[in-house]
Design a protein around this ligand. Sequence first.
Ligand code: GDP
Length: 450
Amino acid sequence: MSEGRDTIAAISTAPGEGGIAIVRVSGPRAGEILAAAFRPAREGAKMRSHMLRYGLAVDGNGAAIDEVMAVFMQAPNTYTREDVAEIHCHGGGVCAAAVLRRALELGARSAEPGEFTRRAYESGRIDLSRAEAVMQLVGAQGEAARRAALRQMRGGVSAFVGDVIAQLTDILSRIQAAVDFPEEVDEEAVSVEIRGEIDEIAGQIERRIDPRRARILREGASVVLAGRPNVGKSSLMNALLNCERAIVTDIPGTTRDVLSERFELDGRVVRLSDTAGIRESEDSIERIGVQRAQSEVEGADVVLLVLDRSQPLTEADKELLSLADERYILCLNKADLPCRLEAGLPNAIPAFSLSARTGEGMEALTASLQERLGATAYEDECFTVERQARLAREAADTLRGCAQALQDGFSPDVISPELLNVCNLLDNVTGRDASEEVISAIFANFCVGK
Ligand code: GDP
């Protein structure tokens, strides 16, 4: 397997201070390099595969570099499917750097970014989408992203893609049968049937490429607090964050800029921004704040529009309400005071009576936020990696085009090349060699049917 390959080495742990730092070596010379760079504490102890040993990392003169734990893992039951050695040094980078230098001296090459995982892919241990999921897992922001990446690494998207390819292959074989046995197959009926199936498949793919969900999962959601000055935005932000970060004051218009904080809600990373009161402003500094606030609102996933329920709606409130769309949640703040809010709130937008001061109603608000940002049924199988989403989008669009062609009266065999193309696109998601497999599957299918 590793014939002709060189041996690579790198520090596999994050830079900076830490308890341990791990130097990883992969390739045909991993065992030899470990034997030269590591001396087990128990003289003459034999290195057994996958067994961690205690000892010293030593330099070319046999002098100790660090006290370490080391493991040799024999191919093929390793991450890369090559021989792998790991030396667990003391953290902080200096020891690991010295051990890495030693490994390089002994003939290893510095690994490129992602090269261990690339070897895992090239050796066929994982497919492309899983390799990408590994990268995503390493960079995951928040619990939900970690869960999604892990699921995908274990095959979430691969399984779905495999399913779709199997369905398309089946459709292709039925089209082929209609071409080959025109007197036995009712082409019109086949056309109607597969059109429905193709639309259904396109829908399944589309539900998994919701770019907003994918972005929320990857980068976290953006939640923006809007409302005119003094309605209690900073207080609500504090209540949500449960700490005293924003400056609370009684003078309107003092939250001039956009202030944002990150927190985790049910495992999801949320960036919560408090905006300057959005309203017409004469003051130039405040106006800049207002502009920034408006652009924050435009890019937000959820807008919490705060109103002061202890006062009648003002013109500014009404103007803000007129901008509300499906991303909005109304926060009717100061519920601890007598209500002077008359009717006139839009029905379509969910509203919560709450008090940032006493905490009343906050639970219902966070529950609603959670639901907004929460999981979809397909979250674990979403095309969260941009490259995959692009391919999936193209696949879905092509399928919709095929369904349209059938609708327009084209005969089913006209769309066969397009369906094959979709299989190829999807195969590129997982990186398997597509058309070969698809073609032989069609052939096999055809033989069985015959
Ligand atoms: P912002 O300008 O919208 O950010 O409003 P602030 O958070 O600075 O609050 C303005 C004033 O309203 C402050 O005096 C707060 O103490 C007060 N306030 C905020 N929330 C509540 C609430 O739920 N109840 C009451 N009674 N006062 C509140």
